[in-house]
Design a protein around this ligand. Structure first.
Ligand code: FAD
Ligand code: NAG
Ligand code: NAG
Ligand code: NAG
Ligand code: NAG
Ligand code: NAG
Length: 618
């Protein structure tokens, strides 16, 4: 899939005759951005990029260019109608990992969105927030000012929350505090007003084991039983995402907001260490031109492509850049290190007497699908408001809640040498930061308040386990100086085998739940991947063959940490050693959070917009 390397050098040198900014616009042609000077240029029009662009252009005197690699979606059901979810038209197709030794040497496709809206256009719409204590760990690592209470006003600013019908909420154990939510923001959030009957059986089973209902899973105490919270517009029954909230909503009144789709940012340009703009490339002709930024270039290209763009621009580990003949602007060893994702595991079941309908019915019962389609068409409600194959009930578990064996698992983690887990030759700053991260993670593992993972039964054929807080670290580095070549995503899943202990604990907790009377009456038989296997070593082998390294939550590759820890951006998102260059998006997280990233990313991008506007007086 790699395009032939073709280098077309266009002079970015001295006397550029910058063109006047055309105040018409919106979606622009490449030629129009070429040689044009903006106040801000945002590389990547995904979740964070469009959120920023919207806020920065509220002041009509400020000009912004967003360059996005992917196209606009076509408003198709596969994107907008949750029950018709099919993201595959908008993936990046050029990225396969190297074989993963921890996963029986399998290689994996790297799932990422390439479309206006980025991951928010094709994700599974879950909008859960982390535990407050996890955000305190971020602060300790260098992200001062990014604690849960600092972000709370921005979580609220980002959303229009629609409360559930009170009777439905009571019957379905939906528990939340309205004070944690906003009523006026661009992204619609809500609870699906439809539920499968088996959800209650599962909830009862978990309660039977002593698990408790979370008072508000999104209020900073993120463990316990909960009902899924989604980026669902309850009035239209459709996905709410950065394109609808931060582009469609405002674009008619923002002649100062330019978006250039289907175009690559191939690098950031510099005068010395000051970012002056970006080089942009037509992916078909490979012709490159330049656009200029008076105030800042902001890289928002996601967890994988943000470090790629920085490295191609001369910001990254010196030895790597020199090996590819890339002139070094700043030697920053942390760019592309600290890669994290959230591995997952699907467990299959057959049932003798499952309740109908269930999370498998849309797929296996055409009558039911037709019924639900009619309900959806006329009322925008029903099963099609949920991503197909998902149920509504989840359980987020602290390690202590997952297993009585937690002390020995923590002892096993502490006995590892961090330097043995990273690839050999890792820079000492990165290892120092990793040791500091592990200290935070040990404290979280010992706490009852931090989730280590979560378990969901979809009420039909599948249970999913999410390993939210791995100790393993991967890398994401370029191996070519061609922007059209994918960076190498080496997940290094289970490089710390403590992570397998976490997954095993979650797996066993799930088995306990499925053995409770309220589930046993449905007649479950565990099928894949372990077929009821109980021998621990055999089970571990089966899990290594079945664990997916990713839930497409790739992150943390340009972390907001102290520079001596291998950090890449400071607490104001500025790239160390540069001027006029910042990073906003999932790559700036220092550590994964015990939930999915989107809700926190919307909040973080809102906060970042305030910081950027303030420092530039715009
Ligand atoms: C299939 C899938 C399911 C997911 N499910 C969930 C979920 O249920 N809940 C949740 O919270 N999170 C989920 N996520 C993750 C979440 O969507 C991402 O973490 C989030 O979108 C990251 O935001 P971002 O702005 O940092 O990057 P992105 O949203 O990925 O945006 C980055 C953008 O940059 C563009 N880009 C990359 N390189 C270049 C370049 N060189 N030039 C120009 N543009 C470029 C990309 O095309 C992309 O549009 C899911 C993601 C996927 C893919
Ligand atoms: C680069 O920066 C220097 C110092 O700020 C300035 O004098 C010079 O004109 C700049 N060069 C270009 C090409 O903008
Ligand atoms: C941009 O400027 C360069 C150098 O000044 C010039 O060669 C090129 O033709 C210009 N491109 C466009 C599209 O105006
Ligand atoms: C709600 O919780 C009660 C126990 O508190 C349980 O009996 C019931 O099945 C649950 N229902 C759902 C839909 O979760
Ligand atoms: C299929 O769905 C219809 C309509 O909801 C229902 O009556 C029927 O029992 C279902 N059949 C099966 C086999 O699930
Ligand atoms: C799980 O953790 C919560 C919160 O600390 C606690 O109240 C509950 O009793 C725990 N449940 C189990 C089964 O350990």
């Amino acid at each position: 899939m790699l395009l032939p390397i073709l280098t077309i050098l266009l002079s970015a040198a001295a006397q550029i005759e910058a063109r006047a900014f055309a105040r018409n616009a919106v979606v622009i042609e490449r030629g129009e951005a070429s040689n044009t000077t903006y106040d801000y240029i945002i590389a990547g029009g995904g979740l964070a990029g469009l959120t920023l662009a919207d806020r920065l252009t509220e002041n009509l005197a400020v000009t912004v260019l967003v360059v996005e690699a992917g196209p606009f979606d076509q408003g198709e059901d596969a994107i907008l109608v949750p029950g018709k979810y099919n993201p595959s038209a908008y993936f990046w197709f050029n990225s396969i990992s190297p074989p993963q030794p921890g996963l029986l040497s399998q290689a994996f496709f790297v799932i990422m969105g390439k479309v206006v809206g980025g991951g928010s256009a094709i994700n599974a719409m879950f909008m859960h927030r982390p535990a407050a204590e996890e955000m305190s760990s971020w602060e300790t690592l260098g992200a001062k000012g990014w604690g849960f209470n600092d972000l709370l006003p921005y979580y609220k600013k980002s959303e229009t929350f629609t409360p559930p019908d009170p009777t439905f909420a009571e019957q379905h154990n939906i528990s939340y505090a309205a004070s944690n939510h906003g009523s006026n923001g661009p992204i619609y959030t809500s609870y699906a007003a439809y539920d499968y009957p088996g959800g209650g059986n599962w909830w009862t089973a978990a309660m039977n084991l002593g698990q408790k209902k979370a008072v508000d899973i999104n209020g900073g105490a993120a463990v316990g039983l909960f009902y899924f919270f989604r980026a669902l517009n309850p009035f239209t029954g459709t996905r709410s995402y950065s394109k609808t909230g931060h582009y469609d909503r405002v674009i008619a009144t923002r002649p100062n907001y330019h978006l250039l789709p289907s175009t690559l940012v191939s690098k950031v340009t510099f005068n010395g260490t000051r970012a002056t703009g970006v080089e942009i490339m037509d992916p078909t002709t490979l012709v490159k031109t330049n656009a200029y930024a008076k105030k800042e270039v902001i890289v928002s290209a996601g967890g994988v492509h943000t470090p790629q763009i920085l490295q191609l621009s001369g910001i990254g580990p010196k030895a790597l850049l020199e090996s590819l003949n890339i002139p070094v602007v700043v030697d920053l060893p942390g760019v592309g290190a600290n890669f994290q994702d959230q591995p997952s595991l699907a467990i299959g079941y057959n049932f003798d007497n499952n309740l109908i309908p269930n999370g498998g019915s849309l797929a296996d019962n055409a009558t039911y699908l037709a019924e639900q389609q009619a309900i959806y068409d006329s009322t925008k409600k029903g099963a099609l408001t949920m991503i197909a194959t998902t149920g509504n009930q989840g359980l987020a578990l602290s390690l202590q809640n997952a297993t009585t064996n937690y002390q020995s698992i923590i002892a096993h983690a502490k006995a590892q040498n961090p330097a043995d887990i990273y690839a050999s030759g890792t820079h000492p700053d990165v290892l120092r930061g990793y040791a500091a991260q592990r200290a935070q993670q040990y404290a979280q593992l010992a706490s009852k308040g931090s989730p280590v993972g979560s378990v969901f039964w979809n009420t039909g054929p599948e249970t999913s386990i999410y390993m939210l807080k791995p100790l393993s670290r991967g890398t994401c580095n370029i191996n070519s100086n061609d922007i059209t070549a994918s960076p190498v995503v080496d997940f290094r899943t289970l490089s710390d085998d403590t992570d397998l202990e976490f997954i095993l604990a979650l797996f066993n907790k799930n088995r306990e739940i499925m053995q409770q009377p309220s589930i046993q009456i449905l007649g479950p038989t565990e099928t894949t991947p372990a077929n009821g296997e109980t021998d621990v070593e055999m089970l571990k082998l089966a899990l290594r063959g079945a664990i997916q390294p990713s839930t497409a939550h790739q992150c943390c590759t340009t972390p907001m940490m102290k520079r001596k820890y291998g950090g890449v951006v400071d607490r104001k998102m500025l790239v160390y050693g540069t001027k006029g260059l910042s990073v906003v998006g999932v790559s700036m997280f220092p550590l994964t959070i015990g939930s999915a990233p989107s809700a926190t990313l919307y909040a973080a991008a809102e906060k970042a917009a305030d910081i950027i506007m303030k420092r530039n007086h715009t």
